[in-house]
Design a protein around this ligand. Structure first.
Ligand SMILES: Nc1ncnc2c1ncn2[C@@H]1O[C@H](COP(=O)(O)OP(=O)(O)OP(=O)(O)O)[C@@H](O)[C@H]1O
Ligand SMILES: [Mg+2]
Length: 420
């Protein structure tokens, strides 16, 4: 077997990693009331999204793999005069729209990324950590936009983050699920295309390139921005950075009821999301920049930041705590992480043997990915694989299989764990 099996010390060490988690976001009707669009365009927007044949498409869980359904939805919306702005695998996709009766606004579906009980896997990084999109992703992009604005302000970075608001579908007073109740209405801003953005960066002098790279990396690192590619981050004509697509990709989670949720519910750490975000930026835009001599300062700066961040940082506070408890706390943590990993593998094996129903693996996989922050995904995956040789596929392949949205959502091809 390969040599990436996680050792007990991997789990032990991961206790010491510095991980910052954000408080769950209140997505109840009351919690979201502050984001409701309240100007003269609100009624037009509501009428537009609540039309028969439109609301059904925009509020149902998005489908990424059923090509017939995608085409059907695309055509139905185009017939109603919508322009489709989103692209998945180079093809039109119905989640982001414009309409001439709503000038200056972009409509983004607030719908769930996946069907109930499934999860949608996102980008991975060089350490094979993985981001996981949550059901409320689309709604949470509003909070994430606020977070990016705040981080930019605190670090004196000049950015444009389009304002995002919610509009309720007509006759949805009794709907509680926010993904079925709201659409996101976004301020349309002037942006350069991805290619123009790259060209403008390449045309900057060395200092300018370093500055812009540093600014983007600071936002990614401090905000925990995962989907950090130049489709989502652009320049405008004034040279300002524009953050268009602000889905938190698992960094933020919607608050759930219940005592245990109150204590244990959390998204991915800012640190892990930052590691994935920097790696995404590096992979997505730097291939080209490495070739173009004029863009190398930008590329080098991003790579330097990526390298500096690629190893999780140790938390001083946890080190002190571990000294006080004579190593007992990290030991308990490591044993629990180790046990949980084995436990997950057992249940997964049972499901595989008894039901062969890949969908039942979803909650397990989800729980599993979330529990060990900082331990490379491949190591944990290969651990399960080695311990429970019942699998023909390794865990990551199972995740891709179980998750039919993954390949389309994730712009990068999945990195497969190495097998002998
Ligand atoms: N506020 C905006 N102003 C101008 N153009 C926008 C704005 N938001 C999005 N667009 C355009 O729409 C395209 C798709 O938007 P976005 O990146 O938010 O969604 P996506 O990544 O395609 O879909 P999703 O995030 O829902 O999976 C962008 O590449 C951009 O061209
Ligand atoms: Mg995007």
């Amino acid at each position: 077997m390969n040599g990436t099996r996680p050792t007990f010390s991997d789990f032990f060490k991961s206790y010491y990693y510095s991980n910052t988690f954000l408080a769950p976001v209140d997505t109840s009707v009351r919690g979201l009331s502050k984001h409701i669009l309240n100007d003269e365009t609100a009624t037009t927007a509501q009428n537009l999204i609540s039309q028969e044949g439109v609301q059904e498409i925009l509020s149902a869980p998005l489908t990424y793999t059923d090509e017939n359904k995608i085409e059907e939805n695309n055509n139905a919306l185009k017939e109603k005069g919508f322009e489709l702005l989103s692209k998945k695998s180079g093809k039109e996709f119905y989640s982001v729209l414009k309409h001439e009766s709503l000038p200056g606004r972009i409509i983004k579906s607030g719908a769930a990324r996946t069907e109930e009980g499934k999860f949608c896997i996102g980008p991975t990084n060089d350490r094979n950590e993985m981001a996981i999109f949550t059901k409320e992703e689309s709604i949470l992009r509003i909070e994430m936009a606020d977070r990016i604005r705040k981080i930019a302000r605190e670090n004196n970075i000049n950015v444009v983050v389009p304002e995002k608001k919610l509009v309720e579908y007509a006759n949805s007073e009794n709907t509680l699920d926010p993904t079925r109740k709201y659409c996101v209405i976004c301020e349309e801003v002037e942006i350069l295309s991805r290619d123009e953005t790259l060209k403008n960066i390449e045309n900057m002098d060395e200092q300018g390139q370093r500055k812009i790279a540093k600014d983007i990396c600071t936002i990614i690192k401090k905000a925990g921005l995962v989907d950090a590619n130049l489709d989502n981050i652009r320049l405008n004509k004034e040279g300002q950075l524009v953050f268009l697509d602000t889905e938190p990709a698992g960094l933020m989670v919607a608050k759930k009821r219940g005592f245990l949720n109150c204590i244990f519910q959390k998204g991915a750490s800012v640190e892990k999301c930052a590691r994935i975000g920097l790696s995404t930026l590096s992979k997505n835009c730097l291939d080209r920049m490495q070739e173009v001599v004029s863009g190398q300062s930008f590329a080098n700066e991003v790579n330097r930041e990526l390298e500096a961040l690629s190893q999780p940082k140790l938390s001083k506070c946890k080190i002190v705590l571990s000294i006080f408890t004579v190593g007992l706390l990290p030991l308990i943590y490591a044993i629990a992480a180790y046990a949980k990993t084995r436990f997950t593998a057992r249940i997964a094996q049972k499901i595989q043997e008894n039901h062969n129903d890949i969908n039942k693996l979803h909650p397990l996989l989800f729980q599993f990915y979330k529990q060990v922050e900082g331990v490379p995904f491949d190591r944990v995956a290969s651990f399960i694989n080695q311990e429970e040789s019942v699998y023909n596929d390794d865990l990551k392949d199972l995740a891709w299989k179980a998750n039919d949205t993954g390949q389309h959502k994730n712009k990068l091809p999945p990195t497969r764990s190495k097998k002998n």
